[in-house]
Design a protein around this ligand. Sequence first.
Ligand SMILES: C[S@@+](CC[C@H](N)C(=O)[O-])C[C@H]1O[C@@H](n2cnc3c(N)ncnc32)[C@H](O)[C@@H]1O
Length: 357
Amino acid sequence: MNSDVKKYIENNSINPLFLVGDSFEVLRSIPDNTIDCCITSPPYWNKRQYANGGIGLEKDYRKYISSLIAIFMEVYRILKPTGSFWLNIGDSYKNKNLLNIPWRVAIELTDNGWILRNTIIWNKVKGGLDNSTDKLRNTYEPLFHFVKQSKGYYYDIDCIRNSPKSTKVVNGAVVSATGVSGVRYKRKIELSTELTEEQKANAYAELEKILKQVQSGEVSDFRMVIRGAQRTTHSDSEKVSGRAKELHEKGFYFLKYNSKGSKPGDIWDIIPEDTQGRKVHFAPYPEDLCKTPIILTCPPSGIVLDPFVGTGTSCFVAKQFRRKSIGIDIANEYIDIARKRCGCLGNEQSSLPVTED
Ligand SMILES: C[S@@+](CC[C@H](N)C(=O)[O-])C[C@H]1O[C@@H](n2cnc3c(N)ncnc32)[C@H](O)[C@@H]1O
């Protein structure tokens, strides 16, 4: 095992550990089940020449993909069973044909045991310059979220929820954030020709109960679905939808919104980093792209890894959120930038406990 890594795992520092070398070789020196969260953005195929060569310069994109897969299977080995792997990877054209490289890589990874939980679309909002007159501008890249096991991976969903909208009072009546006061639902129950008298009485009682929960803040918002008044949300088939069954048996059901707020979706609007004026490296990814993955899937005492760390964005964000991190890059030049950016003079400093924020 790499002795720097061993020392680093044992100490309490949140200063990143940076290692120079070929990722595949360096990863092989890291023991199994060490890392909590890996987030990375490898070089594009056939687009850029980095300071010290490395991946991306292969003649055939298939060779590029197989080299990446070998590295990401090493990541699989060193990731804890509760860990997550976030992969941002761009596409390339060959003879005008968009190669679908991200999806080729993702499919091969899932064929090799990784479980794909989300494909996030990173919408770059503006995208880069594109003078071609026979295709649209390319303005997004995928960010894949993989895990090793289908249940029990670390996922702190509450830390990324959008804060819930609060209830308000309109003309003396409490209404939910989106204006639901219950008046329309009461009218629908009253006019329903599909509910029995007993079902109507039940529906009124349950509606009163949920309105009280809105008033107390226990539920931030809700919708009531009443038989004959709307279609069921998912499917009318009772075989497929438990809600359809509820609708059939009780005559109504509620959709309650989580009082802690809603989950973000899988399209993220983030302006690329190159609009922010760093000149030395070609493709740093934005800090905002790593913030959510790190706080969501790396426990506070965990270790983040970036095997293509470049200028150190992943480690910089990990440190901001007080997580330990290991960054690997083949180019000394970039590691120097990363070290400075993260406030580390050298790896020896990483073994000192850090007290400042
Ligand atoms: C897209 S850049 C990463 C940028 C990084 N996310 C940042 O914010 O600065 C890819 C990096 O991979 C490095 N690289 C290429 N081949 C490598 C290899 N075999 N092992 C380690 N690093 C490699 C390059 O030097 C480059 O810095």
